[in-house]
Ligand binder design. Structure first.
Ligand code: BES
Ligand code: MN
Ligand code: ZN
Length: 507
């Protein structure tokens, strides 16, 4: 897809569809005159439809109108809410919802008018808006039905051209931002495609193969650690989880930059993603209800693999690490049992109370290994708990971090990309609940405050600045929204890329 930014008037741009944002407040100049002229060229249809109630400013509400005296054949009037409330979250969703609204239609070129009022929002620069709209359109075109079906015709259109119309803007400055938005959007689609694939299709070895293909295609170094080396290295927690499965574990390590290299901030950021290709719970088996959703338990791994690829495309010399411990958690004669005691890579003895609290086991060893590889700042992404969905639902990612300044830096990157985080306190009070009679600690304790306890467990395996993102709720949708289909959302990918690129800026 080509993306162009133009400073023309919206009626002069040739496209199949022109999207016109409708805000609830009275537009100010110059947007007011632009709308009047657009409406005049449509024989007053926008005004008539609005009075009739067919066009409405409610966010993501849309109406399709036949174009008349315009360069575009069709006009998509799209609710954008109140200008006052228009932020990065709304900008991204607004753009993604345009693509989804056009599903099944024959569209190869889409033009989106960016009114001046929306290009001057506090905390959302014109460049950020252009980046988010480009990213939103690319991600909005994603449809998981295309993964396994060949006869599907209801997908959003795969565009040949996207035109962002910003009358009076410095077009050159916005062009770089849209290119970046498009690349980030393409990366999220890689993450979503991997995550949506079925568990009989993506074993730990298959995930490692997919990562190897991506590494070759983009010039990243890759090391895939199999069971023998993981055992030799002493990764007892990582090795405990996959024992019940015929599909052996793989620790996937992707790297950009030479050994010892640091980014412009003197850091080596390490992204660590939970890659449980299927989580049956193991011997502590899960109930059958919704167990099929546990193919999504590899989403963190898919996200960090995609994020390092995206960062490499945008900043080829940026030193960066991504680690994806991949295992299948199954019951079987060789499975780890509740009560088994293992030795973690960092030397701690851990009693496995509950084999369904497996994510923290593989992440703990991967975090230790990330530090050994020189990672100075760590971020892990994991579908770690069901509790985070009960607390926050699907639209917010729960997160922990130490020190607070590192958490805030990560959260700020998320805000710029329109992704929502809410911090969970890591209070020490619950540490005694994780103590074990036989070992240094156990992997689960009494269920109260289990979200906090999951963070306290992981913290035992890091010594450097670290943030944990629990995407147990936000990783995938059970039903579509206006801006996303069901299945993997790609959440946190954009935040991770944004965060990594901070290390490229001052170099
Ligand atoms: N992968 C699950 C968490 C999960 C459940 C994510 C449902 C998304 C939807 C994780 O491995 C798990 O089973 N966690 C347990 C932890 C408990 C045993 C301490 C949970 O959340 O119940
Ligand atoms: Mn589990
Ligand atoms: Zn799990």
């Amino acid at each position: 897809m080509q993306i162009r930014v133009v400073s023309d008037q919206p009626w002069s741009v040739r496209a199949d569809v022109l999207a016109v944002p409708i805000t609830s407040d009275e537009p100010a100049e110059p947007d007011a005159s632009t709308l009047v002229e657009l409406d005049r060229r449509l024989d007053g249809a926008i005004g008539d439809y609005r009075r009739f109630g067919e066009i409405d400013a409610s966010p993501y509400r849309t109406a399709l109108l036949r174009g008349r005296d315009l360069g575009a054949a069709w006009v998509l009037a799209a609710g954008a809410g109140a200008s006052e409330a228009f932020d990065a979250v709304v900008a991204y969703r607004f753009a993604a919802s345009l693509e989804r609204r056009l599903a099944g239609r024959r569209v190869t070129s889409l033009a989106v008018w960016l009114p001046a009022a929306l290009r001057a929002r506090p905390g959302l620069s014109a460049a950020d808006l252009a980046m988010l709209v480009a990213r939103g359109v690319v991600e909005g075109a994603y449809d998981p039905a295309l993964l396994y079906r060949t006869d599907y015709t209801e997908a959003p259109p795969q565009l040949e051209e996207l035109v962002l119309i910003a009358p009076g803007a410095d077009v050159g400055a916005l062009q770089a931002a849209v290119a970046r938005g498009m690349t980030i959007g393409e990366g999220a689609r890689i993450a979503r495609d991997l995550a949506n694939r079925a568990s009989n299709d993506v074993s730990p070895a298959a995930l490692a193969d997919a990562a190897t293909d991506l590494a070759r295609a983009h010039g990243l170094a890759i090391d895939v650690i199999g069971p023998e080396r993981a055992t030799e290295l002493g990764m007892g927690m990582f090795m405990a989880v996959g024992r019940g499965s015929d599909n052996p574990p793989r620790l996937i390590v992707l790297r950009n930059g030479a050994d010892g290299a640091r980014d412009a901030r003197g850091r080596l950021l390490a992204l660590v993603g939970k890659g449980v290709t299927f989580d049956s719970g193991g011997i502590s088996i899960k109930p059958a209800d919704r167990m099929e959703e546990m193919k999504m338990d590899k989403t963190g791994a898919c996200t960090v693999i995609a994020a390092i690829v995206t960062a490499k495309r945008l900043a080829p010399d940026l030193p960066l690490l991504a680690l994806a411990p991949a295992v299948e958690n199954m019951p079987g004669p060789h499975s780890t049992r509740p009560g088994d005691i293992v030795r973690a890579l960092n030397g701690k003895r851990v009693e496995i109370q509950n084999t369904d609290a497996e994510g923290r086991l593989i992440l703990g060893d991967a975090l230790t290994y990330a530090e050994r590889l020189g990672g100075t700042h760590l971020v892990d992404v994991a579908t770690l708990t069901g509790a985070v969905e009960r607390a926050f639902g699907k639209q917010i990612t729960g997160a922990f971090g130490v020190p607070q300044s590192w958490y805030e830096e990560v959260a700020a990157a998320g805000t710029r990309q329109g992704e929502r985080y809410w911090q969970i306190p890591l209070v020490e009070d619950y540490v005694p609940d994780m103590e074990s009679w036989y070992a240094d600690l156990q992997n689960s304790g009494p269920a109260d405050g289990s979200l906090v306890k999951s963070g306290l467990f992981l913290r035992q395996f890091v010594t450097r600045p670290w943030v944990h993102m629990d995407i147990g709720g936000s990783a995938y949708l059970r039903k579509a929204t206006a801006w996303a289909p069901r299945g993997a959302t790609g959440v946190t990918h954009a935040t991770l890329v944004e965060l990594a690129l901070e290390g490229a800026q001052r170099g």
